[in-house]
Ligand binder design. Sequence first.
Ligand code: SF4
Length: 382
Amino acid sequence: MSAEPLLEVENLHTTFETERGEVPAVDGVSFTVDRGEVFGVVGESGSGKSVSALSVLGLLDSARVEADAVRFDGEELLGKSDREMREVRGNRISMIFQDPMSSLNPVMTVGEQIAEVVRHHGETGESASLLSELRRKYVTGTSEKSPSWGRAVELLETVGIPEPAERAHEYPHQLSGGMKQRVMIAQALAGDPDLLIADEPTTALDVTIEAQILNELLDLRDEFGLSIMLITHDLAVVRETCDRVAVMYAGELMETADTATLFEDPRHPYTRGLISSIPRVDDDREWLDAIEGNVPEPADKPSGCPFRDRCDAAFALCDQPLVGYRGEQAGHTTWCHLYNDAVEYDGEDATVVDVDRAREVIEEHEAEEDVPYRPQFGGEYA
Ligand code: SF4
């Protein structure tokens, strides 16, 4: 197995043209997804998680997407044609969306929907042209006897659907929310991808079904060596499932670490706020700690740290450009000026003890790369 990451994204910028001018929804984000790992991207709504994934997949026609690199399995995706990207999507990278009801076709059986993807993947040698599809469905009626149908039933079984041969004949409205999400996963697996991007795959489900679906994803990772990029607003989900995690806010990275480190030693005030808002079984708090305020609109982001209007620890340096400060653990990086060498922080108040040195530290970090705040998973700046 190659030691190179499966997916490498460097300095991603996604900009939308709006009535208020150009707004950056993703602003200089870099990350990697390793082979066979579950990589979590967490943050509130509006933090740029989904937009980052859609940018990687080339699914944002209305946005300008720029990056230093978006490499998948060593191959640059930037600059590929629509046709080439369609080959990548589905065959190499699949995405599961959060709302199966609006992603599944209500007038096709779930078996047909999965079989269609299998045919497009080409594994069974059946033609996937429109004419062939129509002939199969309306003239010869062979759709349900085809190898692709058999494969669809197998996939439904793989994702834990009971009586898959019977269920394959059902329409989405006949299935529960959890079943529909399993169908979405089966459909995503039909192209035999290397990377599965799961965008809030359990948001619409109750907790017991959520746990089943997350376990199913982990089993698939173990069975097929899949890499999974899990997008969620829920740190509790991250803790249960992810190997590494990136915390995003307002289109920027705030903190990256392996999951154990993030929970044992959260350094960013935003991460700490998210963790404090998770309910615990041994909780004797009457109220959960909420982070006051909302994620700013991309057009209204404050300069410097985008979190500073909501941050209790904000201090004099926070209007300066963010740079990544490394923690003791490899890959633990925090984009927060509390970790500037020239700042003293007692847990409540931060003081810049040497203003010139503080500026120097920021400049040194900026000069380390063309990209001023690029995380280097594995610990070291290049
Ligand atoms: S840089 Fe400043 S405002 Fe931003 S999180 Fe750190 S302390 Fe808070």
